[in-house]
Design a protein around this ligand. Sequence first.
Ligand SMILES: [Zn+2]
Length: 272
Amino acid sequence: MLDAVADGVYAWIQPGGESGVSNAGVVVDDDGLTVIDTLMVRSQWEPFAAAVAALELPVRRTILTHAHIDHVGGTKAFPNAAIYATPITSDALDLPMPIDGYKQFMPAFDEEFDDLAELGTRAVTHLVEGAAQLTARIEVLPAPGHTPGDLVVLVADVDVCFAGDLCFFGVTPLAFQGDPAMWADVLDAVVELADTIVPGHGPIGGEAEVRDLQGYLRACVAANGDVQAIAPGPWDTWIDRDRDAINVERAALLARGDDALPPSMLKAIGQA
Ligand SMILES: [Zn+2]
């Protein structure tokens, strides 16, 4: 269901928020709609696209917050929209889809990935290389942390930020391509942007939820490579804590200048 977050601003929140189960958004401008992220597989994006179509306004633009498949798998559901993303997201979408890795990492969607492989994704049509006012209501801001190519989307007139996967609320974040230390710092800027934050995974929140996430990321950095050393905190009730090892390993690798994928992530995608 499209939740009206503010006047002409909707969120599509998928309950659970685990791997492959992400959120999306819609913003109404004078010329039509902007869709923010597109979910992953057909059973997810078909109902979302139907709800968007029921608004009876043209979809002018799609903004992709980053290249992960649970945000870009539904780009073909909006065939006439311009697609905005960072150059890093664009490059990632031009690569072949690692379908076998997706199946290993998200076995719940095993059969639907065959459909996705056949369907493919659309290419990015417009590169976002810096902060830009995209429409009268929408500003896009590059803010790497979860990946090197993250964008956040600000609708300042109603004080709403679509943070993509810079925010996971109630769900353990996943930093296999991110930088936990940089990510934690970027969240200081995110809380300044808006009071209402729509995360990439989990329910809508605000500063308190962002600060919890920031605390977790800093605990992963402070753990210094030892997953058992993550301090207790609000994250003790979050789902997907098996990501701790990935996040701690990634932070430790980056601390010694190594940009490799963490061994636990390689294992999770069947490459170790
Ligand atoms: Zn992601």
